[in-house]
Write a protein of this length. Structure first.
Length: 213
């Protein structure tokens, strides 16, 4: 059962909002909304696990991870604004569709990307990268069908910095440790063909550069 959680009592200035819904026949649902000013998703997961452990242990326990807020010392604040195009105007008519891609379909995509010796892909992409490649390829192909020619395209992604930086970061490190990065499909590059192997390589190269930076 999906329980709708309303956040009407929370304002945009709230750093953390927690709502508890109690049901007449027993049970409850707890909803959380946090501001990205203070935490990323891994930080929130750490908070929820610590909260549950404290409740289960009946008070403060050595098993509860103590949050460590020292991200600003590791990553001093800089101007990291991206030059993104303006957001498109949203029309009143919005269509939502759900596409289910099962494990067999993803494995089939992987075999197409890594199957041939001339594929150019020397590594095994993750399931997320494979599905992202398929969706981006479809969007570029859709734009080509509408315009009659290939157009340049950019894809914005977010990656966590945990496990990808040289210094070790403990699991209880709290803050916003993520980095946006952009993959670009340029029409002036003759090597950029509308193929799965090319698209997945663009995603890989952009992420590697972001990690190196």
């Amino acid at each position: 059962m999906v329980v709708p959680i309303a956040y009407s009592a929370a304002s945009a200035a709230d750093l953390e909002a927690i709502q508890i819904n109690k049901f007449k026949r027993g049970g409850l649902a707890i909803g959380l909304r946090n501001s990205h000013r203070i935490a990323d998703r891994i930080t929130i997961s750490t908070f929820i696990n610590a909260w549950a452990t404290t409740f289960r242990e009946g008070g403060i326990s050595d098993q509860v991870p103590r949050p460590r807020f020292y991200c600003s010392f590791l990553f001093p604040q800089r101007d990291l604004r991206l030059n993104l195009p303006p957001a498109p105007k949203v029309h009143s008519k919005i269509v939502t569709k759900v596409f289910v891609i099962n494990k067999e379909a993803i494995d089939n995509l992987k075999s197409k990307i890594c199957g041939g010796s001339d594929s150019g892909v020397k590594y095994h992409p993750s399931r997320l990268k494979v599905v992202t490649t398929l969706v981006w390829k479809a969007l570029i192909g859709s734009a080509k069908a509408q315009r009659g020619h290939l157009r340049a395209s950019s894809l914005l992604q977010i990656m966590t910095l945990r496990g990808k930086v040289s210094m070790p970061l403990p699991e209880n490190a709290c803050g916003n440790m993520y980095k946006p990065f952009i993959s670009r499909f340029n029409t002036y590059d003759k090597n950029n063909k509308l193929e799965l192997t090319v698209i997945v390589s663009l995603l890989r190269d952009a992420k590697r550069k972001a990690i190196s930076d």
